[in-house]
Design a protein around this ligand. Structure first.
Ligand code: PLP
Length: 448
């Protein structure tokens, strides 16, 4: 995702490395004058340490990607071994790691998903999904939703709904936005919003290649739709000759307590995109997995896509070792059980803090939405605030937590809680105690 989700609470007095970095390296998604990088030097378990010796508990898995925490030696070793044996071979050649990772993905994904295109990021995974859907259906439009993030390049930002899209407009042609399954503070019921999508598809005629959604919306607020939503969306899409693309870049790999967000709803999409947890953030790797039927189309039609680093040997070594770590260390079940515990602890915070409008989520994928008027469900931050300068109340809460030893990402008006899957209940308690303190800040900022 975007660093725009991240917050370091601000640092006065950069050290030499930080000052050099600020001078020579762009900070992502930022007004450069506000960029304040903190030098990191070490990490272990669910903690990371900066150059001043401050250790912080990672309550957001960096950008909701460090699913394995910082001590997955099996992954680090696999990368080092591959780098020594052969750091790079062109995509027309292969390695055992690439073949086995492809097979693993076919095994762990739902339904008929079976063949993978590897890239280097979630953004590229989405780009490939758009291109594949267009080539396969011969149609060009993509329907996605307003509360969504799908990537930063022109195609993926054009199908993104959140305000980051606005600076890249007009973007690519043929993208249409639909309403969201957002219940809190919205007038549209999630299931009504779904029927609206059906109406849109009907009115667009036979021109829509795919409907693209995050099964559980991530950076736009951790929105879990009702159980029937995704199955019905698939029906609606198929009734209108459109594919269902599930963007699992953030929700995938145990985040929800299941392998994939789609598994929470027992739905198998036609195309699935993934990145982040695919390597537990040890290496940049994206994947676009398609059904056997879609794959078969490209037997006789050119798969007109690729990158130099498509399926980079070191990255797929990390991916294979990461998937094997999820399986052997039973991390999906662990995420489900500690995820329930996390949910209970956050609900307690909601009772104690009037500025907590709603806590929601599933597994280790939770959002805490802050409101300045709980009676009106009125958020502290507005969606457009993320492209204006300055700190929001939600940034200040994250900043307080940072100063007290907990890293907490946020987006607009929601704190995003997505720790490494290896987190223990004691570590959750430690982070919740810090959050409890930090929320006094938003309580004080509430309007009477
Ligand atoms: N899709 C979703 C759902 C995401 O959350 C993100 C990033 O946060 C992306 C796509 C883009 O992935 P990346 O930042 O790896 O390019």
């Amino acid at each position: 995702t975007s660093d725009e989700c991240a917050t370091d609470g601000g640092t006065d007095g950069l050290n030499e490395v930080e000052a050099m970095d600020k001078e020579y390296v762009f900070g992502t998604w930022s007004y450069q004058k506000e960029v304040s990088p903190t030098e990191m030097v070490d990490s272990e378990g669910v903690y990371f340490t900066d150059a001043r010796g401050e250790r912080r508990l990672d309550f957001s898995g960096q950008l909701m990607c460090a699913n394995l925490g910082y001590s997955a030696d099996r992954v680090a070793d696999a990368m080092a071994e591959q780098a020594r044996r052969g750091p790079y071979f062109a995509p027309s050649m292969t390695t055992e790691n690439r073949a086995r990772l492809g097979k693993h993905l076919a095994d762990i994904t739902p339904g008929e998903l079976s063949k993978t295109f590897f890239s280097t990021s979630g953004t590229e995974a989405v780009e490939a999904a758009i291109k594949i859907a267009r080539l396969y259906t011969g149609k060009h439009k993509i329907v996605s939703r307003y509360r969504s993030y799908h990537g930063a390049t022109y195609g993926s930002i054009s199908v993104t709904g959140d305000p980051r899209r606005l600076m890249a407009e007009p973007g690519i042609p043929g993208t249409i936005k639909a309403p969201d399954p957002y219940a809190y503070g919205s007038t549209l019921d999630p299931m009504e919003s779904l029927e609206y999508i059906g109406e849109m598809l009907m009115l667009e005629g036979d021109t829509v290649a795919a409907v693209l959604v995050e099964p559980v919306v991530g950076s736009n607020g951790i929105l879990v739709p009702p159980k029937e939503y995704l199955p019905r969306l698939k029906e609606i899409a198929h009734d209108h000759g459109a594919l269902l693309i599930a963007d699992e870049v953030m929700a995938g790999f145990g985040r929800t307590g299941e392998w994939f967000g789609c598994d929470v709803f027992d739905v198998a999409p036609d195309i699935m995109t993934m990145a982040k947890g695919l390597t537990g953030a040890y290496a940049p790797l994206g994947a676009t997995v398609v059904t056997g039927e879609i794959a078969a189309h490209f037997e006789e039609n050119m798969f007109c896509h690729g990158h130099t680093y498509a399926g980079h040997p070191v990255a797929v070594a990390a991916g294979r070792a990461a998937v094997e770590t999820y399986i052997e260390d039973d991390l999906i079940d662990h995420a489900r059980s500690v995820g329930d515990y996390l949910g209970d602890r956050l609900d307690e915070l909601a009772e104690d803090h009037p500025s907590v409008g709603e806590t929601r989520g599933v597994g280790l994928f939770r959002g805490v939405e802050l409101t300045k008027r709980s009676d009106r469900r009125e958020p502290f931050g507005h969606r457009k605030d993320k492209i204006s300068t300055g700190k929001t109340v939600v940034d200040e809460v994250s900043g307080e937590a940072w100063d007290d030893g907990v890293y907490l990402a946020n987006m607009i008006n929601t704190l995003i809680i997505a720790p490494p899957l290896v987190i223990s209940e004691d570590e959750i308690d430690e982070a919740v105690a810090v959050l409890d303190d930090a929320l006094r800040h938003s309580d004080r900022a509430m309007e009477a």
